[in-house]
Design a protein around this ligand. Structure first.
Ligand code: SAH
Ligand code: SF4
Ligand code: F3S
Length: 449
C-alpha cells in the first residue's frame, strides 16, 4: 500500500505527520511518489485561521475525484480541524467518502481503523451493505504513553523535531488552539533527553523542541522540571548539534531560561517570541498577560545576554478592539525592536472563542494595516541583512537550494537563511560561509574550507 499525507498548519503538525508516517510504515505502507496514486490519503489539518480551514476542506473535496478512479482508497482526516465542535459531524454528512476522522489525541488509532475499514470492505457482499467509518475525537486518556511508544519516520534531516509539551492552557481570546489541542501535558524529561540523544547519534545537527508554549514545560510534572532545567540538561549531551525551540510565550520567559540559552554551547542565539500587538489595551483584550514594557524589557535582557541574537515574532492586525492608535503602537514597537523577521497575520474570528463574539473591524481596514506592517518589516529585515555582509558565519547545510541550481542552503545560528555554491554531500554538515550579498531576508555567500 502507498500512502500520502497532506499537511497544513504549524511545525507541530509537520512533526505529527512524521508520526503518522511512522504508524503507516509500521503497517507496511510506503510513501507514495509524486506521480503515484495513493491507497491511503491522510489530511492532517489546521484551523488557526479561516483560510487554513478552507484550504483543507477544499482539498478534501478534490480527493473525491481521485477516489472515483481508485475506489479502494482509504481517506482519513486528522488534526486540529477535526476537534472543532460540530466538525466531525459536518465531515460525516458532507464528505461521505471520508472513511476515518481522528482527533489530535487519537492518531495512534489510525492503523487499527484502516484495518477495520479494509476488513469491512472485503466482507461487503452488496453495494447497499453498510461501510465501516470511524469518528473518534475524545482525547485518549493514555495519550502520553501511546505517544512514547509510537515510531517516528523523520522527514526533515538534518533537523529533528522533538515534542516537549502538548496542548495549551493560555486561552488567548482570539485563539482556537486550547479548544482543539486540550490542556498542557509535558513529556517526562528522560524521554525528551533520550530522543535528543538518539537524534544526535543518528547525525541530526539540529534539534527543534516543540510546544505551544515551551516555557511552561514541566509545571505539570512532579520533579521540579522546568524549561530552563531541560535546556541545561540537553546542553550536557555530547556531540556537535544545535538546539532551537518554539514557541515561547513572553509571559513565561524567565531570566533562568535566558541565562541557560546564553551559557549553553548548543542552544542557538535565536528566539521566536510572538508579541501579537504593541498596544497594552489590545494585549489585555487578547488575554496575553504581559505589557508592552515587559516585552521591551525581555528584548533588552535577551540582547544583553546574547548580543548577536536573532529575534523573530508573530504580529496580528485587526483584532476587534484595535484602533488606529493601537495599530500605531504596534508599528512603533516593530520599528524599535527591529525583529530579524515577523510573521504577520490578519485576525480571523474563530467560532467558540471570546474575540469572535466582539464587534469586528472591516476587512479593508485590516488589509491596509497588514500592508503597512509588512512594508515596514521588509525594510527592517533588509537593513539587518546588510549587517551580515563581509562576515563569516557557521551554517548547518540543510538542502540543495530550491531556487538556485548548484547551490546549497542552510541557516546561521541566528536563524538566517544563507545560500552558497556547493555539492549535496555537504547536506547535514556545518560549514563556514562568508556572506557576500544580502537580498531582503536571504543571504548569499561562499563556503570557506
Ligand atoms: N502558541 C503560539 C502560537 C501558535 S499560533 C504562541 O502563543 O505564540 C501561531 C500564530 O498564529 C500566533 O502567534 C498568532 O499570531 C496567529 N493566530 C492565532 N490565532 C489567530 C487568529 N484567530 N487569527 C489570526 N491569527 C491567529
Ligand atoms: Fe493560542 Fe495563546 Fe495558546 Fe499560543 S498561547 S496557542 S496564541 S492560546
Ligand atoms: Fe494549526 Fe493546530 Fe498548529 S490549529 S497552527 S495545526 S496547533
Amino acid at each position: 500500500m502507498k500512502y500520502k499525507i497532506v499537511t497544513y498548519g504549524c511545525q507541530m503538525n509537520v512533526h505529527e505527520s512524521e508520526k503518522i508516517a511512522g504508524l503507516l510504515e509500521g503497517m507496511g505502507a510506503a510513501a507514495c511518489k509524486e506521480d503515484e496514486s495513493a491507497d491511503i490519503v491522510v489530511f492532517n489539518t489546521c484551523c488557526i485561521r479561516d483560510n487554513a480551514e478552507r484550504r483543507a476542506l477544499g482539498n478534501i473535496g478534490v480527493v473525491k475525484g481521485e477516489k472515483k478512479k481508485n475506489p479502494s482508497m482509504v481517506i482519513a482526516v486528522v488534526g486540529c480541524m477535526t476537534q472543532q465542535s460540530g466538525m466531525a459531524d459536518t465531515i460525516r454528512s458532507r464528505y461521505p467518502y471520508v472513511d476515518i476522522v481522528l482527533g489530535t489525541r487519537n492518531i495512534f488509532a489510525l492503523p487499527e481503523e484502516i484495518k477495520k475499514v479494509l476488513a469491512a470492505r472485503a466482507a461487503m457482499k452488496k453495494r447497499s451493505d453498510k461501510r465501516y467509518r470511524a469518528f473518534e475525537t475524545d482525547y485518549a486518556e493514555d495519550y502520553l504513553a501511546l505517544d512514547e511508544a509510537a515510531p517516528v519516520a523523520r522527514t526533515s534531516f538534518p533537523n529533528a523535531w522533538v515534542n516537549i509539551i502538548y496542548g495549551c492552557n493560555n486561552f488567548c481570546t482570539y485563539c482556537i488552539v486550547p479548544y482543539v489541542r486540550g490542556r498542557e501535558l509535558s513529556r517526562p524529561m528522560p524521554a525528551v533527553l533520550d530522543e535528543v540523544k538518539r537524534a544526535v547519534d543518528e547525525g541530526y545537527g539540529e534539534i527543534t523542541l516543540l510546544g505551544q508554549n515551551v516555557n511552561s514545560y514541566g509545571h505539570d510534572l512532579s520533579g521540579g522540571e522546568s524549561f530552563e532545567k531541560l535546556l541545561r540538561e540537553i546542553s550536557r549531551i555530547e556531540g556537535k548539534f544545535r538546539v532551537r525551540f518554539m514557541t515561547s510565550h513572553p509571559k513565561d520567559l524567565t531570566d533562568g531560561v535566558i541565562a541557560a540559552m546564553a551559557e549553553s554551547g548548543c542552544v542557538c542565539n535565536n528566539i521566536h517570541l510572538p508579541v501579537q500587538s504593541g498596544s497594552d489595551k489590545v494585549l489585555r483584550d487578547m488575554n496575553r498577560r504581559y505589557t508592552r514594557d515587559r516585552y521591551f524589557s525581555l528584548i533588552e535582557k535577551l540582547r544583553a545576554a546574547m548580543p548577536d541574537i536573532g529575534i523573530t515574532t508573530d504580529v496580528m492586525v485587526g483584532f476587534p478592539t484595535e484602533t488606529e492608535q493601537d495599530f500605531k503602537d504596534t508599528t512603533d514597537l516593530v520599528k524599535s525592536v527591529r525583529f530579524s523577521n515577523a510573521f504577520t497575520f490578519i485576525y480571523s474570528p474563530r467560532k467558540g472563542t471570546p474575540a469572535a463574539e466582539m464587534p469586528q473591524i472591516p476587512y479593508a481596514v485590516k488589509r491596509a494595516r497588514i500592508g503597512e506592517l509588512i512594508k515596514l518589516q521588509n525594510t527592517v529585515t533588509k537593513e539587518l541583512s546588510e549587517d551580515y555582509v563581509g562576515g563569516v558565519y557557521e551554517v548547518l547545510t540543510e538542502d540543495v537550494s530550491p531556487k538556485h541550481p548548484g547551490m546549497l542552503c542552510g541557516r546561521t545560528e541566528s536563524g538566517r537563511l544563507a545560500t552558497f555554491p556547493g555539492t549535496p554531500d555537504k547536506i547535514g554538515r556545518f560549514v563556514n560561509v562568508r556572506i557576500t550579498e544580502a537580498r531582503s531576508a536571504s543571504l548569499f555567500g561562499i563556503a570557506e574550507e
